[in-house]
Ligand binder design. Structure first.
Ligand code: NAD
Ligand code: 6OD
Length: 493
């Protein structure tokens, strides 16, 4: 049986307890994972602190960036290993992981390595009352040890999205990947080593949240900041855990994202875009659209088109190239999603398609598949319209005016993402600016450009991830106010 271990100070380290890494496609155990206890989390944090006083602090930004480029190369050199590990852990289709997860992971290191070399510091010349002037500027330093806690839906992509900027800014990290998907964070340790990242700069501790590695990390007094992606409820628990040691946090949390579709949309393009927005990664992307509002004139036609797309999805084995729908991550998550499928019926939904569990007649019946599902007819106050389900499911409702569509879309405690579909670009951008969401796409979805900010409002998060303002991984240590001794020409003094 494969064994997945902690990675502390450049060494793979076994813990006292093991837990199973389950393949969601057939429920088989693919590896034994070692759980880090409080002492091992402390070892990892202390290793990171030592690393901050060593070579990593001395090499400077140019060399740091060069090594992060090497990490990207090392990921690519192990492309097939990462691909196999990610597919076994998540059950996601291999074609998706090959296009999205592994390439974006490598890209994350390149993008942040290049960005940090370009990052400048603003300075201000201040006129002082005595008629002279002063120069004001800030100096940025690494935060120190950053604790990184990540979820299971896009394990490598979301992990590297935090690790790359943190390291680019000169920090050292201790990462706690999801207990459901421990493999690629561990493989990344090999890539770090191959790229010449000094021991202790990148550490991995495995385990769970409460009473385990996640909590030990957030409570640790020598962790200087915590960055977390996961459920809003977990974000709230982490806020409490960091309060006594007053750590800065950045949170990418849940969503109940809306898509607004106007009758003048490019119907074919919109159908394709929405099918991705609802069903990609079995709906387990924080940005997925679970609420679709459609202008009444094309409501029936759009429901029919999306039904057809849902029924064409192929829930094959993840390793087969033409599979485009994988299982959910776990038996527990399937129970949650099936709970919402049952609730939708109780709340009076019309089931357009799906609502159940597919039958295969092979080992996939021991996996965690659900049918892609579309509902109509729910009241806006229904729990299935308000709560994040995180599965291959959406509710579609009609609207009659722009104002109504905006009000419906914004009627949520979340505020992560939205999309607007129309060939009237003026309207597209006007509506986009009225969305109470961290990111709004117009006629596309999940199109990425790391130069624009990413993050949510409301229950969807705190902080922004993006290129030139990786501030959450830096601190301004001092505002320097330097006198300019030269007197101004027209000075009265
Ligand atoms: P989760 O919150 O259950 O777990 C995420 C991580 O937090 C795991 O590593 C887990 O072990 C750890 N954890 C749990 N409790 C903890 C605690 N008390 N202290 C410290 N660590 C703890 O989330 P999940 O089920 O893995 O992921 C799905 C959720 O993540 C969805 O809500 C989804 O919307 C959200 N998500 C958000 C984004 C985004 O960018 N906004 C991206 C991906 C996923
Ligand atoms: O890769 C990205 O650019 C991105 N925004 C990923 C977010 C995924 C959320 O589940």
């Amino acid at each position: 049986m494969k064994s997945i271990q902690n990675y502390i100070d450049g060494q793979f380290v076994r813990g006292k307890r093991e837990f199973a890494d389950v393949n969601p496609a057939d429920g088989s155990v693919s590896a034994e994972v070692t759980e880090a206890d409080r002492g091992q989390v402390d070892d990892a944090v202390q290793a990171a602190r030592r690393a901050l006083r060593g070579e990593w602090a001395r090499i400077g930004v140019r060399e740091r960036a060069a090594r992060l480029h090497k990490v990207a190369e090392a990921i690519e050199a192990r492309f097939d290993c990462f691909l196999r590990a990610e597919v076994a852990d998540t059950g996601k289709p291999v074609a998706l992981a090959a296009k999205l997860d592994v390439p974006r992971a490598a890209a994350n290191f390149r993008v942040f390595a290049d960005a940090v070399k370009m990052a400048g510091i603003e300075s201000f010349q201040t006129e002082t009352p005595d008629g002279r002037s002063a120069l004001n500027y800030a100096v940025r330093k690494p935060l120190g040890v950053v604790g990184i806690i990540t979820p299971w839906n896009l394990p490598l992509l979301l992990l590297t999205w935090k690790v790359a900027p943190a390291l680019a800014c000169g920090n050292a990290v201790v990462v706690k990947p999801s207990e459901e998907t421990p493999a690629t964070a561990t493989l990344l340790a090999e890539a770090m080593h191959a790229a010449g990242i000094p021991n202790g700069v990148y550490n991995v501790v495995h385990g769970f949240g409460p009473g385990s590695a996640g909590e030990f990390l957030t409570q640790h007094p020598d962790v200087n900041a915590v960055t977390f992606t996961g459920e809003s409820r977990t974000g709230a628990a982490i806020m409490k855990a960091v309060a006594p040691t007053v750590k800065p946090v950045s949170f990418e949390l849940g969503g109940k994202n809306a898509a607004i579709v106007f009758a003048d949309c490019d119907f074919e393009e919109t159908g394709r875009g929405l099918a991705d927005a609802v069903f990609l990664n079995t709906g387990q992307v924080c940005l997925c659209a679970e609420r679709i509002y459609v202008e009444r004139a094309i409501f029936e036609r759009l429901v029919e088109a999306l039904k057809k797309k849902a029924e064409q999805l192929r829930a094959g084995w993840p390793r087969e190239q033409d599979t485009n729908l994988g299982p959910l991550i776990s038996a527990q998550h399937r129970e949650k999603v099936m709970g919402y499928y049952r609730l939708a019926r109780e709340e009076g939904a019309t089931v357009v398609t799906g609502g159940g569990i597919p039958e295969f007649g092979d080992a996939r019946d021991q996996g965690f598949y659900v049918q892609p599902t579309i509902y109509t007819g729910l009241a806006e106050a229904a729990r299935c319209v308000k709560e994040e389900i995180f599965g291959p499911v959406c509710h579609i409702a009609p609207f009659d005016s722009e104002d109504e569509a905006v009000a419906l879309a914004n009627d949520t405690k979340y505020g992560l993402a939205a999309s607007v579909w129309t060939t009237n670009l003026k309207r597209g951008h006007t509506i986009a600016q009225r969305m109470n969401a961290g990111i709004t796409w117009v006629n596309c979805w999940f199109l990425r450009d790391l130069r624009t900010p990413f993050g949510g409002v409301g229950l969807s998060g705190i902080g922004r991830e993006f290129l030139f303002r990786a501030e959450q991984y830096l601190r301004s240590t001092l505002g320097i106010r330097g006198r300019i001794e030269e007197r101004r020409r027209n000075s009265l003094s």
